[in-house]
Design a protein around this ligand. Structure first.
Ligand code: NDP
Length: 468
């Protein structure tokens, strides 16, 4: 038993993580439910094969790992994780450690952490982001559980994580499900950023009548500026790729129905529980759901008109869209960080917001140049909404006009921009000192005698002289 760590689940992510771990010099033992996957994994590991011990039973896996053991689970979230923990438990000692590195719902992680406290073994819930490529060469890792357990495996996790200017993109988020919660919020932001990019693409395609390749060139140009990020970069690449079979742009052939595994939805649901406003993320989840209503959308186009209209010449420029996207992106990330902050009191966490921005700077899907500035802004004032941080407030002052121009132009011509619209509504609400909830309070008092506060007097329980 010499392996420094074990890993179960040699699928897309697990296989790549195992190679990454071996490449960083650690001996690793691996197990997969389907044995032939384990064998072919080892056979194709090339120069890394000597660092990898393939195991054909859980018992063999456990025996191959040095004590106290650490075992990473990389299996689908949900039941398979509980099954694996139950199957491992008889072979493990109380101080052995199971690390669930899949996309668990953080409520499940909270439950598993509590169960582990009672009956062992030790348990860490770690969010891992970066897809296949990240897993292989450096993901972002968000750990949750006991600090001492994190510290035990941190040398391995830090080594395999992405490195931003020498700093590992791996961090300890706090107890219980905090790591998986941070990962869920990461994914919510990912949904929102992807949706806003898709909306700007839609304005270019349907409004400005640009071809996929031209859209791709515009995204590539954005990737040299404030918007520099992995998602903008790959959007440019996706848009400029041709289908090898037909020669047509790949984008023109891909069906417009978005898949999802549910992490964005969990984020939106949790935000509602916490009364944390994340309208851009919610709009993105809504848009993915609506995208699957293909038949209804076709029926709607027949019934109500021919879909989006072309914009008049010069109505919008690529620069307007870029600036709108900058404003939208700041507002969406600001909402994501507000959600993280809102979770602290109810879950008794102290999520390290500046460190989260640091961890997200590289390796993960939402890595972007802006996150470095967000980390600085959050270190200066951890409790301040990012939209009020001077650096981002200046960008918003410069670009909210473009966001308004893009949203209003799109709306006027029937182009759906739900996430950008929500970003703008959030912005406008957040800069309106006297809002309209006085009307809500009037209504509530009228029909339910719920009482209201007054602007001109202290006290809570005032009522109106409503004529019933
Ligand atoms: P894959 O489907 O590629 O691999 C799943 C792995 O889990 C396989 O090794 C499979 O074994 C094993 N498995 C499936 N069901 C069970 C079970 N009931 N008991 C034991 N083993 C089982 O999934 P991914 O690698 O994509 O995802 C793994 C986890 O990582 C998920 O939680 C996912 O959400 C998360 N994740 C995925 C990312 C991605 O980009 N793909 C990014 C970040 C996180 P077998 O060969 O026997 O089928």
């Amino acid at each position: 038993s010499h392996a420094q760590i074990g890993l179960i689940g040699l699928g897309t992510m697990g296989g790549m993580l195992a190679l990454n771990i071996a490449e960083k010099g650690f001996d690793i033992a691996v197990f997969n439910r389907t044995t032939k996957v384990t064998r072919s994994f080892h056979e194709t590991a090339g120069a890394l094969a000597p660092k990898i011990t393939p195991c054909e039973s859980l018992e063999a896996l456990v025996q191959a790992i040095a004590k106290p053991r650490a075992i990473i689970l990389m299996v689908p979230a949900g039941e398979p994780v509980d099954e694996q923990i139950a199957a491992l438990r008889p072979y493990l000692d109380a101080d052995d450690l199971i690390i669930d590195a899949g996309n668990a719902n953080f409520h499940d992680t909270e439950r598993r952490a509590a169960e582990a406290e009672k009956q062992g073994p030790r348990f860490l819930g770690s969010g891992v982001s970066g897809g296949e490529e990240g897993a292989r060469h450096g993901p972002a890792i968000m750990g949750g559980g006991a600090r001492s357990d994190w510290d035990r495996v941190a040398p391995i996790l830090n080594a395999i994580a992405a490195q931003f200017e020498g700093t590992p993109c791996a961090g300890f988020m706090g107890k219980g499900g905090s790591g998986h919660f941070v990962k869920a919020v990461h994914n919510g932001i990912e949904y929102a950023d992807m949706q806003m990019i898709a909306e700007t693409y839609g304005v270019m395609r349907d409004g400005m009548k640009l071809g996929a390749t031209e859209c791709g060139e515009i995204f590539a140009k954005w990737d040299e500026g404030v918007l520099k990020s992995y998602l903008i970069e790959i959007s440019g690449k996706v848009a400029r790729t041709a289908d090898p079979e037909t020669g047509a742009p790949m984008l023109d052939i891909i069906l417009d129905r978005a898949g999802q595994k549910g992490t964005g939805r969990w984020t939106a649901i949790e935000a509602q529980h916490l009364a944390a406003p994340i309208p851009v993320i919610e709009a993105a989840v809504m848009a993915r759901n609506l995208s699957s209503r293909l038949e209804a959308r076709a029926e709607g186009e027949d019934l109500f008109g021919t879909g989006p209209e072309a914009l008049p010449d010069g109505a919008l420029s690529a620069e307007d869209l870029e600036h709108a996207m900058i404003a939208g992106k700041i507002l969406c990330y600001a909402q994501g960080f507000e959600l993280l902050r809102a979770a602290n009191a109810p879950f008794d966490w102290a999520l390290p917001l500046p460190e989260i921005a640091l961890v997200w700077r590289d390796g993960c899907i939402i890595r972007s140049a802006m996150l470095d500035d967000m980390a600085s802004a959050l270190s200066d004032a951890p409790d301040r909404n990012l939209m009020f941080a001077p650096f981002f407030a200046d960008l918003l002052k410069a670009h909210h006009g473009a966001l308004r121009k893009v949203v209003s132009t799109a709306v006027a011509h029937g182009l759906a921009v739900p996430a950008l619209s929500m970003a703008l509504s959030y912005f406008d609400t957040m800069r309106t000192a006297r809002g309209t909830a006085n009307m809500i309070q009037g209504q509530r008092d009228f029909f339910g005698a719920h009482g209201f506060e007054r602007t001109d007097r202290e006290g809570k329980d005032f009522h109106g002289p409503w004529a019933m």
